[in-house]
Design a binder for this molecule. Sequence first.
Ligand code: ME8
Length: 643
Amino acid sequence: MPKDNKTFYVSTPIYFVNDKPHIGHAYTTVAADVISRYKALLGYEKFFLTGTDEHGQKIEESAKEQNISPKDLADKNMQNFKQLWSNLNIGNDAFIRTTDAYHKEAVLKLYNIMKDKGDVYLGEYSGAYCTPCESYWTETQLIDENICPDCGRVTKELKEASYFFKLSKYQDQILEHIKANPDFIKPESRKNEIISFVSEGLRDLSISRVNFSWGIKVDEDSDHVIYVWIDALTNYLSALGYFDKDSDRKKFWPIDYHVVGKDIIRFHAVYWPAMLMSAGIELPKSIFAHGWWTVDGKKMSKSMGNAIDPNFIITKFSADAFRYFLMREVPFGLDGDFSYKALIHRVNTDLANDLGNLVSRTLGLLDKYFDRVVPEYNTPAKEDDELYEYIISNIDTIDKRLNNLAFNKALMSVWEIISSLNKYIDAMKPWNLAKDESTHDRLGSILYLILDTIRLLSYFIYPFMPESSLKIYKAVTGDDSLESVTSVDDLKRVKLLKSGVKLDEVKQIFPRIDEAEMLKEVTPKVDKEIKKDIIEKINFTDFEKVEIKAGKILGAERVPKSDKLLKMSVDCGDEPRIIVSGIGKTFEPTDLIGKTVAVVTNLLPAKLMGVESNGMILAATADDGKHQLLELPDTIKAGTKIK
Ligand code: ME8
């Protein structure tokens, strides 16, 4: 049944409760909030869903480490998400938890529908399993035979009974659907990635686990827990009461947008559609995978200790400033980098200088020349018509950009209007008109036009910065809430501002931030967090890239004109190689000959004082600056790998 085109449904992923919310989680949720607020503004009945993913082995293990039950862990940690969404002014309509009874029922219902369709069978899984990712991997997917392609950890061989979903059966249908529905996967780069993943061939999906118990048990076989992703993906239906006869939320399906990070596109664009196809349920209209945030150029992670708490950012700046930054800084779909410097820059330039200044200079003029009473628009001029036309012609572009989740482009268009208004004020020179009583009406019309346009802009600012938008709207109209509209065309209606209204005095809406002061306040926090673990964690694959071997020093001499450098000939199992090392203040060349030491053998050659070095001898430096070699006993032959 085609859904009522005045409903709108958007979701975020449901977040795992074993992690604290960070900028990445905030990003997805703000993006979903922006589009949902925009649709609500246009009179859509909207349903915005977020929540927490609370089952699975990872949660079971985290709980065990903390000596509490998995449910207690979930109860505790899901509050962090709820609290952040409240601090960020997120207007979600429901918050689903996968431990909710109605969700569990829906998962079993969907599972049984797929089973009754003949798409679920009991088999045996044998192969590589990554416990942290709770995923099985095929030989071709593994890196270096046993490394998980997602997290880089070593997988283990498992052989166990498992229920399988006939994913392979849906391969062609999925490809056809992607090709026939250009908006199904966005952006284009992700679509191509999924097309090639599916085209390479889909294998049936293992959808139950027997090696832990924290999850939804398969009805007729309680040794099996339903795979956490089958459980989690179903949330998008269970929150609607999709399988309940009487639920009136069913009207929201099919969903308009699943907003997800690029890390989980495969689950949403392949597994989920196949499950829905099996159950005969209409597919989502669009899945949008956004990019990845780093912090100061580094991957965010618990082990790095650099996952900045978004609540801290909100207290130092404001929810609106943070929301604006996230949406403006990076094109939705591409990767981005968070830094306090960039955030401060956005606040000072876009918010304080451009928007804030436009509002405050206009209200300042109104205060000075009209005692804060909104004037009449009674002396039209060609420049005004041109400006209005320009603004109106941009509204469809902004609308289209918002509907395509091109948030930063939508904001760029809004800011172009702001800048045209600032230019209009400069060109009209209201302060000159004020000098002459005969141009008083014209001055009033100019101020009216600016106030009226700011009123209009409040609508487009609202989805991004709801609190500030309402402040601005009130500042220029005197009203507490945006007058309701039902279409984009309504937003093109201008000169709606009521004349004669006495406006309140308004404090600066976006105060400038003193960059140096703010950086002082926030940087110690970043430093402290990063210092916990300054070295970036690497996975096993990264480590394996470094070849370390036992090397026997055959000869050594000083590098001319250097008191530090020694040139050595070292046998690392192949041809003796020349290695230059800065240990000459600790050792005489003769001390070294005959020693077997640890050598990094696959470094690119480097020239030191004109001598090419082909490797690095490992040594530790004591507090007094003396070097200690990592010596090996004679029983270790030159060329032996060190692992
Ligand atoms: O994957 N940059 O949950 P999760 C941008 N429970 N976004 C980021 C990010 C980053 N550095 N890090 C995380 C799960 N995200 C599953 C989802 S849905 C049926 C089940 C965001 O807690 C991004 O939206 O690991 C990503 O997809 C999501 O957090 C993953 O959250």
